[in-house]
Design a protein around this ligand. Structure first.
Ligand code: PMP
Length: 360
């Protein structure tokens, strides 16, 4: 008998998208950027490799000041308004632990990032899922009820749909006793940022990541911007768990990425163009595609089951994401790849749909 088992914290973990070791797979399943990071990042990595031995011997700067200063200059805020973490998952997790500490339920949309209920459960935070409308849209008035905090991604995931301009401010203004977290993981691909509002509202935290628009999912860098009191509170919690979250390469290479604005804009433009091409071709193949402001699209076929298409694509070594969850279990989330990857994707998809047609 394992008597210790009754004391174990039981949680149902988040399941990330598959990361296959097979490099021949066309990976359109985890919203990674298909382009390499800025050449300045690679140069920073080389520089680190050349003179890195001494830097790696020592602990990193626990305050990651260089990265925080670079981000504060980039966004035109004070360093005191910036928090950095190991990907935005780390930042969000610390934010949940710091700000969602009342008996009231926190609110997030019913169709959204599936990590939110997992953090709520592991930290014993009560929560309520707020239903999105029949088109999966989020409405500000649904968030004007008593709550212990609010978290919403803009654009939302996995739908890609942005909030209406003005809605975030309405939510933040109507909830002065709650911290409102806006998860802007995909904001560089479309939608309206809430960053400016952090100057005016002390209950708004905006969370960003280097994983999508900066092609650095493997580096694990995320950050939050908000009022100094919010950032102070997050730092107190973070320094009560782990002082050295940001490693030396993340700080060094992260700064290099922020400093290459031109490359960043070029990549975003390219992904948006490929998104237009993807939507057009999916619609031609009789998919209904939700209006996406992100680097992925969420689509359902008018006739064939998403799960069948998902499996057939997987057999052809093309990975997309399928969620067996209420309301969205007939949708596929398809990350925007390179033009060549998308051409291969459509070739496979046409073959698959044609095969389904014959078998009907
Ligand atoms: N927020 C949303 C909405 C996401 O889709 C993701 C990616 N899974 C994240 C946050 C976390 O990304 P990362 O930890 O790589 O910054």
């Amino acid at each position: 008998m394992q008597l210790w088992k009754k004391n174990v914290r039981e949680v149902e973990p988040y399941v990330p998208g598959e990361q296959p070791l097979d490099t021949k797979v066309i990976k359109l399943n985890t919203n990674e950027n298909p382009y390499p990071p800025s050449p300045l990042v690679l140069k920073a990595a080389e520089e680190l490799a050349r003179k890195g031995a001494d830097q790696l011997r020592k602990y990193p700067d626990p305050g990651a000041k260089k990265l925080i200063q670079t981000l504060s200059a980039y966004h035109g805020v004070w360093p005191e308004n910036v928090f950095v973490g190991v990907g935005s998952d780390d930042v969000l997790s610390i934010a949940f632990l710091t700000f969602f500490n009342s008996d009231k339920k926190i609110l997030f949309p019913d169709v959204t990032y599936s990590f939110y209920p997992v953090w709520a459960n592991v930290y014993d935070i009560p929560f309520k899922k707020v239903r999105t409308d029949e088109d999966f849209r989020i409405h500000a008035e649904d968030y004007k009820v008593p709550n212990g905090g609010i978290v919403i991604p803009n654009p939302n995931a996995p739908t890609g749909i942005s909030l209406k301009p003005g809605d975030i401010e309405e939510i933040v203004r109507s909830n002065p006793a709650s911290v409102v977290i806006i998860d802007e993981a995909y904001i560089d691909f479309g939608g309206e940022t809430a960053l400016e509002l952090t100057r005016e509202y002390d209950n708004l935290l905006v969370v960003r990541t280097f994983s999508k628009s900066r092609s650095l999912a493997g580096l694990r860098v995320g950050y939050a911007i908000g009022n100094e009191a919010l950032i102070d509170a997050m730092n107190s919690v973070k320094f009560s768990i782990n002082s050295y979250t940001m490693n030396v390469p993340s700080i060094h290479m992260g700064c290099a990425s922020v400093n290459d604005k031109e490359y960043f804009s070029k990549c975003i433009r390219q992904i948006k163009d490929t998104r237009d091409y993807t939507v057009e071709n999916l619609e031609r193949l009789k998919f209904k595609v939700l209006p996406s402001d992100a680097n992925f699209v969420f689509a359902t076929h008018i006739r064939y089951k998403a799960e069948d298409i998902f499996k057939a694509l997987k057999e052809r070594k093309i990975f997309v994401r399928y969620f067996k969850q209420p309301r969205i279990d007939n949708y596929l989330r398809i990350t925007i790849g390179t033009d060549e990857e998308m051409r291969k994707f459509f070739k496979a998809l046409r073959d698959i749909l044609h095969g389904f047609d014959i078998s009907f």
